[in-house]
Structure formats: structure tokens, C-alpha cells
Ligand binder design. Sequence first.
Ligand code: GLA
Length: 730
Amino acid sequence: MAIRYDQQRSVFHLQARDTSYVFHVTKQGYLPHLYWGRKVRGTQLDRLLELKERASFSPSTELDQLALSLDTLPQEYPGYGNSDFRMPAYQVMLPNGTTVTDLRYASHEIVSGKPALEGLPATYAESGKEAQTLEVTLKDEPTGLAVILSYTVFESFDAIARSARIVNNGKDTLQLQRAFSLSLDFAHDRFEMLQLSGAWTRERYAHKRKLEPGLQSVESRRGSSSHMQNPFVALLSEGATEDHGDVYGVNLVYSGNFTAGVEVDQFHTARLFIGINPFDFSWRLEPGERFQTPEAVMVHSSEGLGGMSRSFHDLYRSRLIRGTFRDKTRPILVNNWEATYFNFNADKIESIARTGQELGIELFVLDDGWFGKRDNDTTSLGDWFVDRSKLPSGLEDLVGRVKRLDMQFGLWFEPEMISPESELYRAHPDWCLHVEGRRRTQARHQLILDLSRKDVQDYIVKAVSDILSSAPITYVKWDMNRNMTEIGSALLPAERQRETAHRYMLGLYDVLERITSAFPHILFESCSGGGGRFDAGMLYYMPQTWTSDNTDAVSRLKIQYGTSIVYPVSAMGAHVSAVPNHQVGRITSLETRGNVALSGNFGYELDLTRFTDEEKETVKEQVALYKEVRHLVQFGDFYRLLSPFEGNETAWMFVSKDQSEAFVVYVSVLQEPNPKLGRLRLKGLDPNRDYKLDGQDAAYGGDELMYAGLAAPQFHGDFASRVYRFRAVE
Ligand code: GLA
């Protein structure tokens, strides 16, 4: 790892583990991008920069150097208005109402380690040796506008973290209209773009398309990263597959409105960008003020999409996620939501917890409905005190009853919300996001608290902390069940109203920082109607996320496979639920429901007391198996074998870092008559070691399992599955 500056050639060469990132400073002070990809040694990549005089439709910046045009120059942080006609990375409105600025190189600094991002989640380094950071300052002299581009390279990961800080060093107020976290120009457009898109209960399906001239992008205008799009895109070079070829992934460490995409220009170059969505955004910068963009994490892999995913997983598990649970295996839980919904009492809860304990489950989670007067979803969000009609002896008593069973206790909250039918709303009707004189649009009968306000932030911290201090709670599910409408704040002046959505995120991050650091022994799981906010921003505060409200084993194949493209399996909650499945009505075997949920943070979300003795035996076996393999599932290397987006079979596997153990999951969705034969080739094993399959005496060579494969399992019936556990022969 190193960041080098070749002064003679004015070239910056950044090296992460096996990655190089190179850019140049022209004598005019522009920053042409030269290369991002597999590691190279030299710094002379400025010779790649071929300038060519074009027609007047790509104007030149210099009269004596007609080949230099911003419209064709690959750039690190392009602007708009003075001859680059492509998608700009930033735009600032000046006091005279115009938006033309011209950033030029002023200085740079290389520091060891990685400075934190003010008020925002980000990857981190634990020591100066792990990472190096380059900060390049660009200036627009007439206005005093400065932009500091930050690049961190990591010693042990093929990852680079980028962000920008916009500073007003001038005398006048500036109005920031866009500020991306990353912009980068590829010299060609021969890529496919991969995105993760979907809907509630159908999150993060993988979609690929060939790049075409013009703009192709994804975005969220919902006030959260959303179920519909994820703040991620990857470019797959021609012929790149799961295991081979160059893949470039970018992911935003942010949970609010974003945009990400690629613009292919007239010369078939491709501009990749990601950042806060400029739609409905602006930010007022008074003299002396600064704006920090969220961080974009860039991963290059020369080993296909699988290599990219494993780099994201390793980086996020160890240098994004923080706290006590970062390196700890996570408990097996039972959650009462699909078991009881709002209809429970202390005895019912205790009976589910007792059965859970008998089956080996470690944590009971009390979901929605324990507070205020919440017998359905029309009331009480904001009233974070226990409902004595359901739990007459209080929360402490219930937690005590569960603890005495030798089970941990977890609790659900939805702290960012307010029900119009609540004591909180009657006391503070102006505490929600709203626009005076307009309808307050409800979704699930609720409004959103205005987290841009300090008083609201403090209220949430106190209300949640009071409950968490009142009983020995060891897990929290932090939910958020709607998107933003009427995005206005009662406290902001007119000229700052369009800051509300981002101020909300800053407020949320502040609240999360305060609560999670005050309760370091609590495992936090974020949730937003399942996976509506499954992003790296939330993972910085909460090491895991409820992947989807869809618990159907077959639906989960695509959801978990798609999610794994960026996010580590240790971040994905996966539960066995009842059949017919509550979301899609499908009936699948308990075995297959278990086998799919075992590939995540495992748990159950049904009434365990209703299981037959035979079913209880199956559950006991599943729980015991998970305890044996969870270190692999949560901390091993993840390999995708067969994609649910491409066929009837799905398979994936986990390999321990020392390659001594592996766990393989194989699911066949529909049974075909007279099914084809086939082989399942494994990945990631040591070719020189032999492995024993649990339950068999014979050993298989790692080489044999990877190159020749196993005979693919044959099934009778739909939704069938099988798991394999391999251990290296010592
Ligand atoms: C959301 C969550 C569910 C459950 C309900 C409770 O939909 O995703 O898991 O907690 O809220 O209302």
C-alpha cells in the first residue's frame, strides 16, 4: 500500500492491496483520471492521456492547445458550465445567480491512516499503518470555493474510499446544488452495469444491462436508500463473470436519497458517479462553512463479481462495522412478529421463549405492540412506555421471566416515527416532517419525526435509553416503516428547507451514535419494512439488518443472493417462518426453510409452541447445525455457485478463512420431470487438501471438488434442498 506523487510528471499513484488508481495534474491545474484497476508498478501513466482536437462542439480551454477540452478530458471531479457537457460532480450557485465555477489544483497532502468523516458513517482504519489518505485541494479563485477530494487506500483490501469536502472560503453565501462523492471517467464503455433493484418484500434483485450512449442510473427520492434501489452499481467488463474478469463496484455509505449511474458520451467514454441525489437537494454554505459528502467505497476485482463481493464483505465486516459484536458470532433468535402480531400477553411470550430455549435458541425478541396502546398499527408510535394492559407487571418483569429461562431478551422500536394518534403527537404536533398548510400524508397511519431538530433527536435518545436502561435487554431491532413526504422542517428558514432530507440523515446518525455507544453490550439490528434501508450507512451503527419482510424460502433465494453482491452475510437476518408463508402463501418444507435461513443470521419467526414433536426435533437439529457452522457463515468467505436469477437451482457456499471447513447450500425450486443430471463444482477450497463430508468416511480432494465437482443432488418434489458440511482431513 502506498500513495506516491511523481512530482516530475505530476502523477498521483494510489495503491491498495492489488489495486492501482492513478491521476494526473495538468499544468493548468485540471485533474485528469488515468487508471483504476489491477495493480501496476510505474507512475508514467500520464502517457495514456491522448488528447485530440475535436469539432467546435467540444471546445478547448486553451487557445494554444486546441486538443485540450474539458468535454473529452477524463476528470476526477468535473464541473459544468465552462465546456464539459457531461454529468457534473458538483454545482454551486453564486450570489449573482450563475453556476459557473472552475476548480483548479491548489495543493495536496498525504497522511497515514484515515481521518473520520464529520457526522457521517465511513470505513475506518485502526492504525496509521493500515491505510493512507490523499487529500487534494482544488480552488475556484474568484469565489473562494474550495473542494477537498479525499482518497483512502487500504493495505489489506482492494478498496479505495472517496469523498469530497466543499468549503466556502469566500465572503459571500454559496448555494451547493450537487456534490457527488465520486466521479470517474473510464476510457471506454464496453461494460455491463449491474444494479440491485426491487420493491418491498422483493429487495435487491440483480439486474444487468449493457451500457448504451446516454445516462443510465438508479436513484432514491424516498428519503431513505429504499427497497426499490440500492446505493450501488458495478461495471462488469466484457466477458466478466462471477469468477473471472474485471469488475468495478461502487457503494455509497449513506442511508438517504442517492443517485448512482453511468453516462456514456459521444466518444464512448463512460462517466461513473455516485452521491447524494441532487434532486430536491441544496445546501447553503455561509462564509467559513463546509459540507462533507458521504463516502463512496470503490472496489476493483480481477476475479469477477465474486471477488468484488468478497472484498466488500471483508472490508465491511472488519472496517465499517464497529463495536462489541463486530467480531462475535451472533445469537440464534426467535421473534414473535409472525407468531402473534399485536396479539400477545406475558404468558404467551414466555411460552414461546421457553420452547425456544428447549430447542437451543439463544435470544427472544419482542416485536411491535408492547408500548402505548398499540393493538394495531394505527396508534402509539412515539409513546415509548410499556402497555400495562398487555404486560401488567411491566417490561422488567417480562425480561426477568425470559432471562430466568436462560434466554437473552431483545426489543423492537420504531423511534423515528410518530402516530397522529399518540400522546407525543398531541403534545408536539410540529415535531413531524411537514409543510405548513399542506396535508400530512400518512403511510401505515404514521408520520415521520423531524430528526433534523435537536429537540426531537434528544427526545428519541432519552425515550429509547430509558427503556434500555430499565431492563437487561441485549438486542434491539430498530425499525423504520415508511418513506418521506412533505419534506419540510418547522425550524428551518425558507432558504434551508431543501436541506431537510440530508439534515434528517445527519440527525439520525447522531442519534444512532449516541445510543449505540451508550449501550455497547446491545446488539442492534436495523430494519425498514425489512430491507428498505439495507445500506453501508446503517451497518456502521448496527452490524446487522433484517433483510426482508418476505420470509418465504424460495423468495429469499433471490433476495439473499442479490444482497450478498455487496453486503456480508453476517449482516443479513434470515428466519424460518410458518407455512403457508404469510407474504406469498407458498408451502415449503421445514428443512428447506431452515437450509435457506441458515445462510444468514439465523432465527425463527413463528409460534414455536405449535410445532409437533417431530418438527421440534428438526428445529433442534437446525439449531445445532447452525451453532456448528455459524463462524463460517458469518465470518468465512462466501462463494456463489448457482444463481437463482439464471435457473431453477441456487447454490452457494461458505469457506473458513483457513480453508479447513466449508458449508454448501443447494436448493432446487421446481421439480422437473425426468430431471437432468449435472455436477456441482465447489469453490474456494484448498486444492491440495482432502475434505470429508459429514456422515461419510470417504475423503474428497479439494481439487476434485472444485474442478470435477460433486454429482448434483437429485430430488423428488418442489422446493427441495440439501446442505453439505466439509472438514479438511488433518
Ligand atoms: C416492519 C418490520 C417487521 C415487523 C413490523 C412490526 O414491517 O419489517 O419485521 O417488525 O414492522 O410492525
